[in-house]
Write a protein that binds this ligand. Structure first.
Ligand code: ADP
Ligand code: MG
Length: 347
């Protein structure tokens, strides 16, 4: 698609010209922002709030593959994975910094596409791009995004806050992004063998979307706030439910008991897992990149939580530090972060 237009080399603009060009349409005004892009550093005021800061480095070939990742989606996703980390701390995202390292094959137009996605995320979530860095790379594209949010004092959700008997809740459904990735990888292999074959995503649009365009759960954070729901601990699900549950338990010095049939899985995830001969539950537990929220709340919150049909209560926190998954037949399996395949169909 891109080849039809005449593409400009980055060297035509130079580093400073490129920075000016890609950042020119970005809003620079926000209450408390004193200096955005254009000086040696950005300056903003925090007004008695806590600052919550996170960063993520995405590396071509490790975290994304440009064969099937549209650049605009890549820009969007790079931002929202950071926003997901801020929401899970109960911070309101305010600012981002974007650093990129570009290989020689990148055109001005390609960088522009990435920034279109970044801009869309900024607009949608009300954050302002206040700076970054631009450099060249000898081995593919690197994108590093730092996101800064503000939180009310005493209202930050930590992984360490879970209490004995807390309900364990997850938003949305799990495993879909992983199955989306499997489909994209399969289509990539087919495409590399014969570029005339068109990709076949029929019936799996939701999975592709979950992989390429994840949405951070700001809506769940708002629901919790609006309904006065007390949350004791929260973490976002970027590496799979098992891994996040283990983090939460370890940091809280407690254990958990979760029920496999309560873990939310979309029908498309089930169908794709079937096709790929993967157990859908394994995808949900170990897949990653769902960007849903995992949190614990006191048992008195049950009724309020059940009002939301996109929140599932999957188990509870235990004093005993064992992390247990209970299967529908009642057998108990120890949760492991990786390599857990006790339920895979090949067994
Ligand atoms: P310095 O030499 O001080 O690092 P730069 O010339 O790299 O400054 O950057 C000039 C301004 O442009 C700074 O405000 C910086 O934060 C911003 N900037 C640089 N690269 C990017 C980028 N890729 N995205 C957004 N802002 C950038
Ligand atoms: Mg610089």
């Amino acid at each position: 698609m891109e080849n039809k237009k005449k593409l400009r080399k980055i060297s035509e603009l130079g580093e400073f010209g490129l920075i000016d060009y890609i950042t020119k349409d970005f809003n620079q005004s926000k209450d408390g922002l004193i200096k955005g892009i254009g000086d040696d550093a950005a300056v903003f005021e925090t007004k008695n709030k806590l600052s919550v800061i996170t960063t993520d480095l995405l590396v071509e070939g490790v975290h994304f593959n440009l064969i099937y990742t549209p650049l605009k989606h890549l820009g969007y996703k790079s931002v929202v994975v950071n926003l997901s980390d801020l929401y899970s701390m109960n911070a309101v995202p305010q600012y981002i910094l974007v650093s990129i390292a570009l290989s020689a094959k990148f055109s001005v137009e390609a960088v522009e596409e990435i920034y279109k996605g970044i801009k869309l995320a900024c607009e949608r979530f009300g954050v302002v791009l206040i700076g970054g860095d631009t450099t060249s790379s000898l081995s593919g594209l690197f994108i590093n995004i730092t996101a800064i949010g503000f939180a009310e004092k005493d209202k930050v959700y930590y992984r360490s806050g879970a209490k004995k008997n807390d309900l364990i809740c997850v938003s949305g459904d799990l495993g879909a992004a992983y199955m989306g990735l499997q489909i994209l990888e399969r289509e990539k292999e087919i495409f590399l063998k014969d570029s005339y074959i068109k990709p076949d995503f029929e019936g799996f649009d939701y999975l592709i979307e979950r992989q390429l365009k994840p949405e951070p759960r700001r809506d769940i954070i708002h629901f919790i706030e609006e309904n006065n729901i007390k949350v004791n601990a929260m973490i976002d699900i970027s590496d799979g439910l098992s891994s996040e549950l283990l983090h939460l338990c370890k940091n809280s010095n407690l254990g958990c008991r979760v029920y496999s049939e309560k873990i939310p899985i979309n029908p498309q995830t089930e169908a794709a897992a079937d096709k790929f001969r993967i157990d859908a539950l394994t995808a949900a537990l170990n897949g990653g990149e769902d960007y849903e929220l995992l949190f614990t709340a006191p048992i008195e919150m049950k009724e309020k939580l059940e009002k939301h049909n996109d929140i599932s209560i999957i188990g509870y926190i235990t004093e005993d530090i064992a992390k247990v998954l209970v299967t529908p037949t009642g057998s108990e399996i120890e949760l492991k972060a990786q390599g857990w395949n006790a339920m895979s169909k090949n067994d």
